[in-house]
Design a protein around this ligand. Structure first.
Ligand code: 5RP
Ligand code: MG
Length: 222
């Protein structure tokens, strides 16, 4: 199995705070996420700024688009995002129109753009089959921030869903209040990306925290 990538989620309330974090952490991670909170606070300026400062990193705009797929996808890609998210409850038309924008740009300049379906909240296996049919390759398996705060942990039910999503051929990102000790729980699966925000950003030593994540990925996915 390939070693999973590490994505740093920047759910900061200001671009200034986000950039204070990336200044010390950008070179420690593979993917830099303009988090939902940062995108709401600062808009496309955040995406544009992150890609122009870190062109060698994958930049993900976690906008969790629910509608207007074509317009929102054009906005994030034209501001430098490589990947974006569409929320799982979005109509399939939104998934398809966002994906069409990604594909058009990839075909034009050869640089990969992609759409991830964000699995926060309710979704069905019929919908998952429709995403696959539409050409979606990546999904984000997400324990929502609020669900986590309300006490939701990781469990056997998550592993069953993750196994089924993998067997359908999706590449998975895993996220939601992850701490480095959580990683071995997922080690049976070919996880593409682990996404961490608070446990790295708010650590006493964020660089050491990011390195611990990388070390755990290398140790458990050989
Ligand atoms: C919340 C998100 C966050 O970016 C994701 O949960 C990662 O951040 P953290 O590790 O702090 O939970 O998309 O909706
Ligand atoms: Mg996020």
């Amino acid at each position: 199995m390939s070693v999973p990538m590490l994505q740093l989620a920047l759910d900061n309330k200001s671009l200034k705070d986000a950039l204070a974090t990336t200044r010390i952490l950008a070179k420690e991670v593979d993917v830099i996420e303009a988090g939902t909170i940062l995108c709401c606070a600062e808009g496309m300026q955040a995406v544009r700024c992150l890609k122009s400062l870190y062109p060698e990193r994958i930049v993900l705009a976690d906008i969790k688009a629910a509608d207007a797929g074509s317009i929102l996808a054009s906005m994030v890609y034209d501001n430098g995002a490589d990947w974006m998210t569409v929320i799982c409850c979005a109509p399939i038309a939104t998934v398809k129109t966002a994906l069409a924008e990604a594909k058009a740009r990839t075909e034009k300049d050869g640089k990969e753009r992609d759409v991830q379906v964000e699995l926060t909240g309710s979704w069905t296996w019929e919908e998952a089959a429709a995403w696959k049919e539409a050409g979606i390759r990546q999904v984000v398996y997400h324990r929502g921030r609020d669900a986590q705060a309300a006490g939701q942990g990781w469990g056997a039910e998550d592993l069953e869903k993750i196994e089924k999503l993998c067997s359908m051929g999706f590449d998975l990102s895993i996220t939601g209040g992850l701490v480095v000790e959580d990683l071995p729980f997922f080690k049976a699966f070919p996880i593409k990306v682990f996404i961490a925000g608070r446990s790295i950003r708010d650590a006493k030593d964020p660089v050491a925290a990011a390195r611990e994540f990388k070390k755990a990925c290398a140790a458990h996915w050989k």
